[in-house]
Write a protein that binds this ligand. Structure first.
Ligand code: SF4
Length: 501
């Protein structure tokens, strides 16, 4: 599809709106100015023009899809303090309306393309809007459906019930980017343990060094460690002795006595053993995640996830008997080979286990995943929207509430991922990380340290992505970033803002 811009260059947001309707199509961009004449290209296109006079401007959009045309325009005042932003919004809005008309689709999150709807709702609430006014604003300005607005508002209210962040607190993210094998739908930077086995001892050493440096920052500045989260990859892909070494390093370097939560993802059931769970439990872990994604073997096989449904039940039961405060279970809606009924069976199966947390993802087809060109990829997402809305009803009826919510690019049916919880067990790290409420210090390859100096002041410091690069460039890239994080944190402490209050 060709996107022709006249007198502006709002490429990022305009492409994001188009992707709501055509998630895997390539887009070609053409910039023209006032002196150029517009010539219709072949095939589907959208022509987005801005024309300005002294006092006002006009946004104009003409879109052609499958030979059908829709045209819309609107006027804008040039007096507005946010004039550039108003122009961008007007063009996106007109484009969205033409695409709804020509495709017959009505995305439930409307033209909201950002990943954090709850953050938007929270800022509306902060500006004094009531729940009804927020719903009205979401519908009017962004075309968000009633049910998605209600979901975002409910999620925010559950988050509020978790209580405020402890003063001067930070969380620690530990990246373990290894997996026993690669699943077909995955686009995370994770390496298979088999081929990278030789790296693990050195990776563990470097990770422990980085934990030490990070703890010095936290301790020197008098910060409090609030939560710890081991993610990946699959942290339990490590052997029990390596996992223990890392966890012991954390308890030796930090004061973990006041942690509100300590999660270790044990995502792949085929990596879970009683020995590893004991290591987690004995070293302070109180929450684990064991993820089947589906309870149907044919679907697991279709997505190249090399474990069995039985292995999930065994791993889950081991995690339950280990006595963690919370066990999370992940499911994905929209997997190849699954159906509406099949997904509901999986969900009922998981609900029947009474796990404290259940996370329901809508499949996201990312660029690097093997499923990118699958015929299952369509903007309306086939049955995914129905799967997601049924899951909301079923989980609410079963006593669960949404506690965090985020969206990804290219998510089937433009749906979302939602973490559900029984009362009092919401995953604290997930809330604070996803809505960017708390400073997170990350260690390990691919780790991103997020310094949150208030709602709109977030600095990201990235570690090298791959384990080999992380090991080799530890001194020249990882350590200088630690020093930068420390300096920035000192400044943040002076202003009293190291989190969103
Ligand atoms: S276990 Fe998770 S992180 Fe690892 S390859 Fe599969 S989907 Fe990706």
């Amino acid at each position: 599809m060709t996107l022709i811009f006249k007198n502006h260059s709002f490429k990022y947001e305009i492409e994001a709106v188009c992707k709501l309707f055509f998630p895997v199509r390539p887009f070609y961009f053409l910039m023209i100015s006032d002196i150029d004449t517009f010539t219709e290209p072949e095939g589907d296109y959208s022509f987005l023009a801005l024309s300005e006079s002294e006092k006002e401007a006009e946004a104009y959009v003409k879109t052609r899809i499958n030979s059908r045309i829709s045209e819309k325009s609107s006027k804008l005042s040039k007096d507005s303090r946010e004039y550039r932003h108003d122009c961008e919004y007007a063009l996106c809005r007109l484009l969205f309306l033409t695409l709804c008309e020509l495709t017959g689709l009505a995305p439930e999150w409307g033209m909201l393309t950002g990943v954090r709807p709850v953050k938007l709702v929270a800022s509306m609430e902060k500006s004094g809007l009531s729940a009804e006014e927020i719903k009205g604003r979401l519908a009017e300005r962004y075309f968000v459906s009633e049910s998605k607005s209600a979901l975002a508002l409910k999620t925010l209210s559950v988050q509020r019930s978790v209580g405020p962040l402890p003063k001067n607190s930070v969380s620690l993210y530990v990246s373990v980017p290894f997996c026993p094998s690669r699943c077909a739908y995955c686009s995370f930077v994770s390496q298979t343990v088999g081929s990278f086995l030789r790296l693990i001892p050195e990776y563990t050493e470097r990770l422990c060094d980085e934990i030490l440096y990070t703890s010095r920052i936290v301790n020197n500045l008098g910060l409090k460690l609030d939560t710890v989260y081991f993610g990946g990859g699959t942290p339990t892909a490590l052997e029990a002795k390596d996992l223990e070494k890392i966890m012991r390093k954390i308890s030796a370097c930090f004061d973990i006595s006041a942690l509100r939560e300590y999660t270790v993802e044990a995502g792949r059931p085929d990596t879970v053993t009683a020995e590893k769970l004991n290591v987690i439990k004995n070293n302070g872990g109180n929450r684990v995640s064991v993820n089947p994604q589906t309870l149907h073997q044919n679907v697991l096989d279709a997505i190249g996830r090399r474990h069995t449904v039985e292995q999930f039940f065994e791993a889950y039961s081991l995690a339950k008997s280990a006595g963690f405060d919370a066990v999370n279970v992940d499911l994905i809606a929209g997997l190849p080979g699954d159906s509406l009924e099949g997904f509901e069976e999986s969900l009922n199966g998981v609900i029947g286990l009474k796990s404290e947390n259940i996370t329901v993802h809508a499949l996201s087809i990312k660029r690097s995943a093997d499923l990118m060109h699958s015929e299952n990829t369509s903007a309306d997402g086939g049955e995914v929207s129905k799967m997601i809305s049924n899951s909301c009803n079923l989980l609410i009826e079963s006593g669960y509430s949404p506690y965090y919510l985020y969206r990804q690019k290219n998510q089937l049916g433009n749906q979302e991922n939602v973490g559900w919880t029984v009362p009092g067990r919401a995953g604290i790290y997930n809330i604070n990380m996803m809505d960017e409420l708390q400073t997170v210090l990350s260690v390990g390859a691919g780790g991103v340290t997020k310094l949150v100096a208030g709602e709109r002041k977030i600095t990201r410091l990235m570690n090298p992505k791959y384990p080999l690069e992380y090991i080799r460039k530890f001194e020249e890239t990882v350590l200088p970033r630690k020093a930068e994080a420390e300096n920035r944190l000192k400044d943040m402490l002076k202003t009293g803002k190291i989190n969103v209050e």
